[in-house]
Design a protein around this ligand. Sequence first.
Ligand code: NDP
Length: 455
Amino acid sequence: MDFDLFVIGGGSAGVRCARISAGHGARVAIAEERFWGGTCVNIGCVPKKLLVQAGEYAGWADDAAGFGWTIQKGPHDWGKLIAAKDREIDRLESIYRKLLTNAGATIFDGRATIVDPHTVEVNGQRVMAERIVIATGGHPVRPPIPGAELGIISDDAFYLKTIPQRVVMVGGGYIALEFAGIFKQLGAEVHLIYRQDLPLRGFDHDIREASAEALLAQGIILHPGCQPERLVADGDRRTLTFGNGQTVTADLVFFATGRRPNTANLGLDRIGITTDVQGAIHVNDALQTSVPHIYAMGDVTNRINLTPVATAEGHALADSLFGKNPRAVSLVNVPSAVFTTPPIGTVGLSEERAAALGCVDIYLTRFTPMRHNLTGRPRRTVMKLVVEQATQKVVGAHMIGEDAPEIIQGIAIALVMGATKADFDRTIGIHPTAAEEFVTLRTRTRSLDLAKAAE
Ligand code: NDP
């Protein structure tokens, strides 16, 4: 064997697994065909957050008047923002590469395919490895409608030369909502088209409602219950027709309609690794595929497609295989955030899911954040705890409001530790903050038993 471990894919999962394995003394190789750091660093979480931050200044400039400032907001320079973002991403990409070489991993810049259960081919070279890890991530998909190729996907959004004046975002998930906010804050007219009554299917209902209200308050034009049917071009303009016959014309149509695992043409069929209809690789708790010395992790397994889950899995596998510390990552109580304006933070069960499992108590508060009593901006914060009645354990915490992701990260520790409502109640708040509301929610808003939940 040339290596103890060959990692296919240099994204969040692959880089962490390769780096930690090499640190444990394993002979490690890793191949990446596009970007070191993968989607998150290059065309995902990191540049997205920079664009969100760019948008936030627009609101702050407007709001400053409420605090006595006279601020004249000039035009926004999209080109300058993208150039600054590109410099930062180049810096981070080179750090990822350096982390790997410093750890002693052998780097291959190229597409790797599996030839047989112990052989990988990359850049025309065949290398043999004791174990193989598939961490190839996923890619955005367009809906199967005529003209879909005329719209962009999130991969393209980070390289637009100019900001469109009018944008149609298709989808009601993380990416659609985040980019709707980015384009709106940076000056575009934004239409958000989604097929449910509310965005963010699967999130807590109160948060979904508050999210729709916040999008409207921001001036985003919502088209709920709409299914895209076809897209046609007229020069640079694009017209999207919905199932109900309505149309919207824009400079840009952006499909944020989900992602699929990158498993095509990897050679999986040659070694008998099967995938589901979406292309996802099945793994057991130890991240083994149906071929026990071949592992898969991160988005290619399509379970919880979040960077911190992928990095945690990469680290756990490296420790298990080479660090004499076998362990698995729990996918229970994984917190996540949607970086809208204001953002959403969530951990644990929604009211609906918790109530389907047993009786629950709900504690909920809605208020105008202190800052906006002076700015006059129509902004509401919603914070909510879902408590299992029998044990009084807090099984869900949800928030939409300023700093929600930062607040929920701490609350997630409490949920992972199994905190009860009484534990929240005996914690002293920090005043004046929004976060203190989570420890001062004294009055139960409602209780749900199974019958009520079914209604
Ligand atoms: P999501 O799965 O979150 O949302 C996809 C959206 O597209 C849903 O609203 C879905 O509607 C809609 N949709 C799917 N197919 C069609 C179709 N044929 N026609 C019309 N609408 C359709 O996917 P995203 O692309 O937003 O993000 C992918 C994943 O990436 C996320 O699930 C998340 O795991 C991760 N991510 C995380 C982020 C974060 O942590 N902040 C940021 C960005 C991405 P419906 O609900 O009706 O199915």
